[in-house]
Design a protein around this ligand. Sequence first.
Ligand code: C2E
Ligand code: CA
Ligand code: CA
Length: 400
Amino acid sequence: MKTLLVDDDSFALQLLARQLSNLGFVNIIQCMRAREAIAMLESDAARFGLVFCDLQMPEMDGIEFVRQLVRIGYRGGLTLVSGEDERILRTAERLARAHHLDVLGALNKPVSPHTLQELLARHALHVASQPHAVHRTYTPQQLRLAIDNGQLLNHYQPKVSLASGALIGVETLVRWQHPDDGLVEPDQFIGIAEDHGLIDDLTRTVLTAALHQGGAWHAGGLPLQVAINISMDNLDSLDFPDMVEREAAAAGMPLRHLVLEVTESRLMKDPLSPLDILTRLRLKHIDLSIDDFGTGHSSLAQLRDIPFTELKIDRGFVHGASRNAYLQVILEASLGMARQMGMKTVAEGVEERADWDLLRASGCDVAQGYLVGKPMPAAELPRWLCEWENRRGALLANAA
Ligand code: C2E
Ligand code: CA
Ligand code: CA
């Protein structure tokens, strides 16, 4: 596989080429003209595994270069490099991702060998850990049968205290154990359930299993908080709070240990009904979490109108915050706001030690993410807990 470097600055080109060759890269091709680079890729796209591209080039800027990559169907990795403002670089990175390019990251000039190495290592890890998931579209009928035939199963992801490392609770994340396709992720079927009137049955299935699991943990001396995702579409049946209460009682799960995570996935038909339902859930002492906070779906208006008890900061603001001053500002502001409103704060998508340290220093309450533990079947939780007990001390020591 070849690596292509595109930059109109020959010094920058040579520097990057040297750094890459020090890291063991061979077959590095340097190109000072974007059009030539595109022509080269166009004639032989499959031979190139990685492209580094400068954003600021005279005849074709990095944004147009990205557009050209999409046009010719380039499938390899892309790294953007720039001496421009950090925010321009980040925006360009987002744009490239939105085009479904495989973006390794964005590098500020001058590129430090250490940052470069980190970026490449992270990418290698990411590629290696990608499951060979089948991406298929399912019909509502198939999903209907899956719900009826018990093919949905819950995984649980740990939520731990940032101050003490103690396990506080879990988030329930549904999966579809498909007979042919293996374990199907929720992003592939939640939307179908919402669009075709299946979300009430899906939520009910997930909820019942999670409450029984929670009841079993409590009975076994592990009083975990159990969080369940609900869709705003669940909140137009006025019976919802009573249904939850009945199911929880049957499962032996105290309502005080139940958290419902709410995201708004679309505009509400009737904005009063969710307000009615959410307020009644609070009257039953069920905790309400505003999920994906900071994204278009979870807004300040919701925070104003709905009695949330927990604010869950979207992983888009958490992941890499230790390396990005703008994310830090948003993170701090969200935490400060939640604190003043008396809400508990949860950061999702904590993958890196540096982000964990930042969250601890910022006074965030709870962390969830791959650094702590991935979503897992309930049966694996005891083993995870043992492993976590051995590991958590190191995460509570001061940052290196
Ligand atoms: P979410 O509520 O934001 O859930 C967190 C997602 O982030 C989960 O994806 C989880 O596996 C993933 N995640 C956790 N830690 C990390 C991390 O450190 N790094 C990264 N990159 N990802 C992390 P999952 O399980 O694929 O779920 C996707 C979404 O599907 C959930 O997003 C939630 O909105 C929805 N969902 C899952 N289960 C249900 C359900 O029972 N009902 C409803 N209505 N929606 C559900
Ligand atoms: Ca959630
Ligand atoms: Ca999220």
